[in-house]
Design a protein around this ligand. Structure first.
Ligand code: ATR
Length: 263
């Protein structure tokens, strides 16, 4: 019987991670005693770290940048969603002590939309950005049956491969400038890498909802830009907590409440 469950998040850098604070509150809420730490792991240490962590009694790991793709090489089993995405954010052991890779970002996004009453069914959804963050939410959005699921990106050449990769999900390149867009999702890393730039403003109105997958300072520019059109703007703090809740559920089979989580 384990008294204290050993958990953590691995990344490079990882010092900024809010996951320890969130998971400790989940632990208190569910009466599960856990020690959740942020581990700074470099790419060349990744394999050894993950193997040793689980061999030495580790119960579960979150994986953040830049290891979301590479950690799959270390997993014995990947979930269907991870196979589609080619990236994972949660690792755990199954009953046979095999390392299983899962992804909870998409579920976290959908849960936060539900919480905020952001409807996806039958709506016109535009995702800006074509990197890992964008891809991690595409299948989950598609399962909710939007009317249109469109992608735009600063570097246009990255759009076609992404549309092909997610062809079965009905993803299309954004080029219908006369379409009314119901939900714009910022999945770019502009908040970390430079000013947010997107020069299209047709199809946007006060009815449009804007959601940044980033939170805190990284979402400020996008939200300021969005406020020119609408006051229905959200950052990704809710998604952060919701995806963490789904990781917790994978480790303990208990979905904690995402309400009143402070960080
Ligand atoms: P992540 O895993 O966070 O998605 P990524 O895979 O490096 O990170 O992808 C970053 C995304 O943000 C890309 O779509 C990138 O656009 P490019 O393909 O043109 O590079 C987008 N991005 C980054 N900085 C941006 C900026 N200042 N304005 C608009 N898009 C930006």
């Amino acid at each position: 019987m384990i008294d204290v469950f050993k958990l953590g998040v691995i990344g490079d850098p990882v010092e900024h991670s809010l996951s320890p604070a969130i998971h400790h509150q989940f632990g208190q809420q569910t009466n599960i005693e856990l020690a959740y730490k942020a581990y700074h792991v470099k790419k060349q240490e990744l394999e050894n770290f993950i193997q040793a962590f689980f061999k030495n009694g580790g119960h579960g790991l979150n994986v953040t940048l830049p290891h979301k793709l590479d950690c799959l090489d270390l997993a014995d089993i990947v979930s269907d969603e991870v196979r589609i995405l080619g990236a994972a954010n949660t690792l755990m052991l199954n009953d046979e002590k095999q390392i299983v890779a899962e992804s909870t970002d998409g579920k976290g996004f959908i849960d936060d939309c539900t919480e905020k009453k952001i409807q996806i069914e039958n709506k016109n959804i535009l995702i800006i950005g074509a990197g890992g963050a964008s891809q991690s939410i595409i299948p989950s959005i598609a399962y909710k049956k939007p009317n249109r699921l469109m992608i735009d990106n600063r570097s246009k050449e990255k759009i076609t491969p992404l549309v092909q990769k997610f062809a079965e999900f009905g993803v299309e390149q954004f080029n219908d400038l006369d379409l009314e867009i119901d939900l714009v999702i910022n999945a770019t890393s502009a908040g970390f890498s430079g000013p947010f730039q997107w020069d299209i403003n047709r199809g946007l109105s006060q009815k449009t909802i804007f959601y940044d997958l980033s939170y805190g300072d990284a979402s400020i520019e996008f939200l300021n830009w969005s406020n020119k059109f609408s006051d229905k703007t959200f950052d990704g703090a809710g998604m952060l907590v919701a995806q963490a809740a789904h990781s917790f559920n994978l480790w303990f089979n208990k979905l904690p409440s995402t309400k009143n989580i402070n960080f």
